[in-house]
Design a protein. Structure first.
Length: 81
């Protein structure tokens, strides 16, 4: 299916980002990870001693959002807080 053209660069970028996210989510489904969780794990792999506030800032997230992402990762044993 061909999507209609968009005249706004921002809308095109958001459309592309959603398409990439959907591909990642599909590939990650067997791991039970979400693309947001993968991004956090990748960030922590480069700075494993990162504190939650610094990690939220680096990821462009507020601390509440980061907490919601970290809860299942902690439950699954991927991270320790």
């Amino acid at each position: 299916m061909q999507l209609p053209p968009l005249v706004c660069a921002c809308a095109n970028l958001r459309r592309a980002a959603r398409a990439v996210t959907q591909l990642y989510e599909q590939e990650l489904r067997p791991t039970k990870l979400r693309v947001t969780q993968l991004a956090i794990l990748k960030a922590l792999s480069t700075v494993p001693t990162a504190r939650q506030g610094g990690l939220a800032y680096a990821m462009g997230l507020d601390s509440t959002t980061l907490t919601r992402i970290l809860v299942p990762l902690r439950r699954q044993g991927y991270v320790a807080i």
